[in-house]
Design a protein. Structure first.
Length: 267
């Protein structure tokens, strides 16, 4: 583990696929005061409103930009292989980055829990295709741990990423503000994660971590379940959905195309 002391004067941008993801590093957000970009509405206006409230509490509402793509538009584009939509998103992110000129960019980690989360990194890398010297970091949210019992790791990097991991211990004031926001503002997130979030002790939230972004596009491995695919197939079997986003047929071609744009193709 690498101790981390950040300088708030360093220009930084956080790029999250959904509003509310900032709660994962709410203490670090308080400390570093970055700019934030949210790619989608997370499924509705209420989620955007709660992020606005959460950021208002720490004086950062004016540093947040919402691109306002409906979450469903991302799912549809993945199913249809519509790379152009995600190139458009990367272009809009690039315009913000060009204005701020960050030295560090943080984004959702690739965890195979939700394909929209996993597009944050490819989009950021495409947006930085012509930028030099910008450090990119992945912020862990949640992933399913392999095993007979359904279990999840929340806001932690897997063991294979320990070498590049940065750990931040929050001050009492930072932790207090984070727990208060969790309990008083982010009700939708708590409803969604339920006991997975509520069962964690305060000490868990007092430690925040992230990791240097993977040099190659991460692939499913033994540490993390390819959850979005098997979960989608369960919904398909029950008749809840007609089409399922898979890693090989949908996510990987889109993400790889965005990486190709970073390595010299057009974006």
């Amino acid at each position: 583990m690498i101790p981390f002391v950040g300088d708030p004067a360093t220009p930084r941008v956080l790029v999250f696929s959904h509003p509310n993801h900032e709660l994962a590093i709410y203490g670090l957000v308080q400390r570093l005061r970055p700019h934030l970009i949210f790619l989608t509405d997370g499924g509705g206006a209420k989620r955007v409103e709660q992020t606005e409230q959460g950021l208002e509490r720490i004086g950062l509402r004016d540093r947040a930009q919402f691109l306002d793509y409906p979450e469903a538009a991302f799912y549809d584009a993945l199913l249809d292989g519509d790379v152009n939509l995600f190139r458009e998103v990367a272009h809009r992110v690039r315009k913000v980055l060009d204005r701020i000129q960050p030295e560090q960019v943080f984004c959702d980690a690739v965890e195979f829990y939700n394909p929209i989360h996993d597009l944050s990194l490819p989009i950021v890398l495409a947006a930085l295709a012509e930028a030099d010297g910008v450090a990119v970091f992945e912020v862990p949210l949640v992933y399913q741990i392999p095993g007979e019992v359904e279990r999840y790791a929340v806001q932690r990097m897997p063991a294979s990423r320990a070498a590049g991991r940065v750990v931040v211990q929050l001050t009492e004031a930072e932790l207090h503000a984070k727990l208060a926001a969790r309990d008083e503002v982010y009700s939708l997130l708590r409803d969604q994660l339920g006991p997975v979030l509520d069962s964690l002790p305060d000490e868990h939230f007092a430690r925040e971590e992230f990791s240097a972004a993977s040099a190659v596009l991460p692939a499913p491995e033994d540490e993390r379940v390819l959850r979005f695919e098997w979960r989608g197939k369960l919904h398909q079997q029950s008749g809840a959905v007609d089409r399922v986003i898979t890693y090989a047929e949908h996510y990987l071609p889109v993400a790889s195309s965005l990486r190709t744009a970073r390595n010299g193709g057009s974006a």
